[in-house]
Ligand binder design. Structure first.
Ligand code: IMP
Ligand code: MG
Length: 215
């Protein structure tokens, strides 16, 4: 079972005034729950675990857009660093896919893959899917079944966050950064109707923010 850093339900987080928050979001957030530095430290360790397990082969890193892009970029930087400093190194290529399942703060049953290269190019490859957050698990399960139709040699999933929620289907990724409470989180590329991707820390959205950016 994947180990992870657990953020408890009663985690108080950090006051917004202690960090640099863009002015345009100051009123829309309740608190900082995972500061950017902690995300980076945990990501560095995930990179090491992934290289240890998958490092014998060429890895195709598949970024699940848009929410995964920040984590993807930072994780790959750490993997690149490991490749540069160790005696063994693996070629790493990248691919991108776009998936959409959310409206306002609710996951919908309708998981849509709306872009990216042909999944058939992943046939016979060692694929690492890089995702921002797993909530119900439906997005990842849909993506995995689409991918498996194209017969990759191996598929591993790394998700920065997994939400503790009764809505979970039970699906767990192979690598997990943090397990988080059942709240709506934004920042570090996680969005609410496309807003808050331009925020470095992972924060809890407040009701004012939900209202302001509702569609
Ligand atoms: P699932 O299909 O319910 O597991 O949801 C996965 C997708 O929903 C993620 O890839 C995110 O794009 C989105 N999502 C779930 N929870 C959150 C959240 O708290 N903030 C932002 N996006 C979320
Ligand atoms: Mg996502």
């Amino acid at each position: 079972m994947a180990s992870y850093l657990q953020i408890d339900d009663d985690e108080k987080g950090y006051d917004l005034d202690l960090f640099c928050i863009p002015k345009h979001y100051e009123k829309d957030l309740e608190k900082v729950i995972i500061p950017h530095g902690l995300i980076m430290d945990r990501t560095e360790r995930l990179a090491r675990d992934i290289v240890r397990d998958m490092g014998g082969h060429h890895i195709v890193a598949l970024c699940v857009l848009k929410g995964g892009y920040n984590f993807f970029a930072d994780l790959l930087d750490y993997i690149k660093t490991l490749n540069q400093i160790s005696d063994k190194s693996v070629p790493l290529t990248v691919d991108f896919i776009r998936v959409k399942s959310y409206c306002n703060d609710k996951s919908t049953n309708n998981v849509k893959v709306i872009g990216g290269d042909e999944l058939s190019s992943l046939s016979g490859k060692h694929v690492l899917i890089v995702e921002d957050i797993v909530e119900t698990g439906r997005t990842m399960q849909t993506l995995l079944s689409l991918l498996n139709e194209n017969r990759p040699k191996m598929v591993k999933v790394v998700s920065l966050l997994v939400k503790r929620t009764p809505r979970s289907s039970g699906y767990r990724p192979d690598y997990i950064g943090f397990e988080v409470p059942d709240a709506f989180l934004v920042g570090y590329a996680l969005d609410y109707n496309e807003y808050f991707r331009d925020l470095s820390h992972i924060c809890i959205l407040n009701d004012e923010g939900k209202e302001k950016y509702k569609v």
